[in-house]
Write a protein that binds this ligand. Structure first.
Ligand SMILES: C[S@@+](CC[C@H](N)C(=O)[O-])C[C@H]1O[C@@H](n2cnc3c(N)ncnc32)[C@H](O)[C@@H]1O
Length: 343
């Protein structure tokens, strides 16, 4: 695991943070509190957290993308240099959500001690826009799509190797691709002649299998590229690992804010948060609770928060964003939910 006492230069990393004010407000930052941003990206949300921290404050930022780690380190280091001493503790760590527990333990962060946890899901603009990362179907680049470029298989390995049936299920299940069968067949036929190596090559084959681009507002390869990216980066497994482990790091009163851009991810977050906020689940005819389930958290906005019209006008990538926030309850407030009245 990389650590960050030695801060490095930002390089080229462009990302406009989404729902920034709303997420920061939701975290209700205490200057001496401990905050974990599990999606450092370009450091935008992390910087806004750091600006509100004082002596005794702690910020842990992590990302599985080494470019993001470099960019966030440089940005936070510059901000830290302007802070009067004693400055808050800042660590920028290279790692994925599946190793969140060991990462925080390695930094001597105790379970139940974190005041705020932030996850801004999905990909950064840097990942989407840098042709060499291979996420874009609009720009020529190597067919890569790995968030963590230090490990794992690349998109070309997956596209050139997956059996047709598996390719089809992946396109349908992760991309909601209606033409999954035709697209999978076209990919398999083409790779029999020549391997896929580049983004535009794959985008062209998908586009032709779907009847071409003409008259279509959304690029025909959008859904297939999304499905391949999600599969390759094990995004569903990673989100599950994050959801399963997040709450136990929070202190009572600690806040957990998640921004998602994909309806399937938002649904997973919504259901998980609602389950944590749910009290007794006994059927209504049972007079006294038998299940003993107490709410562990309360939801801050039942329906989540969407970006303002002004934000969407300024940044079209914000249009599908949704922020969900919960607050961990103290043992005494959550036990009040053991009665039927708290259902
Ligand atoms: C939307 S960007 C975050 C942008 C950041 N909040 C900002 O304001 O600059 C999402 C980031 O999450 C990272 N990411 C996605 N899945 C991850 C995972 N499973 N573990 C760690 N980082 C992940 C991506 O690499 C990307 O940099």
């Amino acid at each position: 695991m990389e650590r960050t006492s030695d801060l490095v230069g930002a390089g080229e990393f462009h990302h406009v943070s989404v729902l920034l004010d709303e997420a920061i407000e939701a975290l209700a930052i205490r200057p001496g509190g401990t905050y974990v941003d599990v999606t450092a990206g370009g450091g935008g949300h992390s910087l806004a957290i750091l600006e509100r921290l004082g002596p005794g404050g702690v910020l842990i930022a992590m990302d599985r993308d080494p470019n993001a780690v470099t960019a966030a380190r440089a940005r936070l280091a510059a901000a830290l240099a302007g802070k009067s001493s004693p400055a808050p503790r800042v660590e920028v760590i290279h790692g994925a959500w599946s190793v969140l527990g060991s990462t925080l333990e390695g930094l001597a962060i105790q379970e139940g001690s974190v005041d705020g946890l932030l996850a801004d899901l999905g990909v950064s603009s840097h990942q989407l826009d840098a042709p060499e990362r291979g996420f874009s179907f609009q720009q020529e680049g190597p067919l890569d799509m790995r968030m963590d470029t230090t490990q794992g298989v690349r998109a070309c390995d997956l596209v050139n190797g997956l059996p047709e049936g598996e390719l089809q299920s992946l396109l349908r299940e992760l991309g909601d691709e209606r033409d999954s069968r035709a697209v999978a067949r076209a990919i398999v036929r083409r790779r029999g002649e020549r391997r896929f190596e580049t983004t535009m090559d794959l985008a062209d084959v998908i586009s032709r299998a779907k009847g071409g681009r003409r008259g279509k507002r959304v690029h025909p390869a959008t859904r297939a590229f999304q499905a391949i990216r999600m599969s390759l980066n094990q995004e569903q497994d990673e989100l599950r690992a994050l959801l399963d482990s997040g709450l136990r790091w929070l202190c009572p009163g600690g806040r957990w804010a998640v921004i998602s851009f994909h309806s399937g991810e938002d649904r997973a977050v919504k259901h998980h948060f609602r389950a944590l906020a749910q009290g007794c689940t006994c059927p209504p005819e049972v007079p006294v609770c038998r299940c003993g389930k107490v709410p562990e958290a309360r939801l801050l906005h039942r329906r989540g928060r969407a970006p303002s019209d002004a934000e969407v006008r300024a940044n079209s990538r914000a249009r599908s964003a949704r922020l969900r926030v919960l607050e961990r309850l103290t043992a005494s407030t959550s036990s009040e939910g053991a009665t039927h009245g708290a259902r």
